[in-house]
Design a protein around this ligand. Structure first.
Ligand code: AMP
Ligand code: MG
Length: 410
């Protein structure tokens, strides 16, 4: 098998292209209360105008703006309208005003609301002390959305704001996509389950758990398989089991060591490889491809993630999440990069795009970033202190303190 090592951008593009072609999943009904974080599988239409009536956005007085063109102006109060109060057809004549509360329907003859802070009330007259322009402090009926308008489309992630929209359209149930099943297979002779007491030469299998948490956060259902030893027969059996899921994530066994058998086993299962490495750090040996669970089956996508715990996590963030989200039916979204000022010099070798665990701190517009001290891609404790990745482009050997640098937020 010919190794295919891509730049970060090309590797990411390869995953994006594959993700764009996956089929939309099956759908199911979901109660709105449980729908947060799911992916919408239908359109949600406005069932009425939003707002349904011209709405006052301030407590105060509904007036004709012409009446308060010069201030102070004394107006006669002819009524009161409260939010949710009975519909009013108060006809405001010139020189008149109506007391009104936030959220109440503004009578048709009024074209502005004066905030109560700019008024002085005496019995049934009010002195307006500041003029208002026509339309001020009123949201016209239908200004936010017209009845029948599409407010949410299939593929939308149900964020709290999207839930609010569905709720305001009276939707207590939504059609959502079924979550994809994502198999997780950790490989390595040194690994033991976290429930077992490790011998001196053994390592607890933490990757299956971090990957399960990442899969869950991305909208998938993790299916954690037993640990695979670095032995072809058993590894092949577990890989085949994993390929029955919608996606297979492997950890470990993708480097060039004598007992790194993952690629060999996948190749024997007629895998097609899109890349077998990327010019990145951490995560250089990352693998992406697809293979059938059994001869004649439709191929299942897989990622071979390097086993170093930080590499595993970063590679999930850089590549695998995108595929989990696509299989969950979610519309693609871009990676979120931002910039901050670097606190101290960073020196690296050129040639790799680096995603180094870093700490973004500082206040408001004065945000700054520094690398967390780490012992390399196995150092999970360092990563746990980080809250972003500092991105070093492959052509930069040095980022100087004070530079604006690129960060990846996940
Ligand atoms: P590998 O990618 O198989 O060469 O593993 C690289 C390093 O990551 C080794 O030090 C492994 O012990 C460690 N490692 C591999 N898999 C896991 C895992 N599932 N949980 C924790 N550490 C792991
Ligand atoms: Mg290994």
């Amino acid at each position: 098998m010919q190794p295919t090592i891509l730049s970060f951008e090309d590797a990411r593009r390869a995953v994006e292209q594959a993700a764009a072609q996956v089929h939309r999943p099956e759908t199911e009904r979901c109660e709105l209360l449980r729908a947060g974080g799911r992916v919408l599988a239908e359109s949600v239409l406005a069932d009425r105008d939003f707002p349904p009536f011209a709405r006052a956005t301030r407590d105060g007085y509904a007036v004709r703006s012409a009446d308060v063109a010069s201030v102070p102006a004394r107006l006669k109060l002819v009524g009161e309208i409260r939010a949710g109060g009975p519909p009013q057809t108060l006809d405001i004549e010139p020189g008149q005003a109506v007391e009104i509360m936030t959220g109440a329907a503004v009578p048709a003859a009024a074209d502005a609301v004066v905030m109560v802070e700019y008024s002085l009330r005496a019995g049934d007259t009010v002195e307006i002390q500041r003029g208002v322009a026509a339309g001020e402090n009123i949201v016209p009926a239908g200004a936010e959305a017209k009845r029948g308008e599409v407010l949410l489309s299939p593929g939308t992630r149900l964020t709290p704001a999207a839930i609010a929209i569905a709720g305001s359209c009276g939707r207590h149930q939504l059609l959502v996509y079924q979550r994809p099943r994502v198999a997780i297979l950790s490989t390595g002779d040194e690994l033991v389950d976290i429930a077992a007491a490790p011998a001196a030469n053994q390592i607890r299998n933490s990757n299956s758990y971090s990957l399960a948490a990442q899969v869950q956060a991305a909208g998938g259902v993790p299916v954690v398989l037993p640990i695979a030893p670095d032995e072809v027969e058993r590894l092949r059996h577990l890989v085949q089991q994993g390929l029955v899921s919608d996606l297979l994530l492997l950890s470990g066994g993708v480097s060039v060591g004598k007992y790194d058998l993952v690629e060999q086993v996948l190749a024997e299962l007629s895998a097609e490889f899109f890349f077998t490495g990327a010019h990145i750090q951490p995560g250089r040996p990352v693998v992406f491809g697809r293979a059938p669970a059994h001869p004649g089956a439709l191929p299942t996508y897989f990622f071979g993630l390097p086993g170093n715990p930080v590499s595993t996590m970063v590679c999930f963030d850089l590549f695998a999440r995108l595929m989990v989200e696509a299989l969950a039916g979610a519309s693609p979204r871009r990676m979120t990069f931002t910039q901050a000022r670097l606190k101290s010099d960073v020196k690296v070798k050129t040639g790799l795009t680096r995603f180094l665990p870093a700490l973004l701190s500082g206040e408001y517009e004065r945000s700054e970033v520094e690398l967390v001290k780490w012992q390399g891609s196995g150092d999970m404790a360092a990563t746990a202190r980080a809250n972003c990745y500092l991105v070093v482009p492959p052509d930069r050997a040095m980022l100087a303190a004070g530079d604006m640098v690129s960060l990846l937020l996940v």
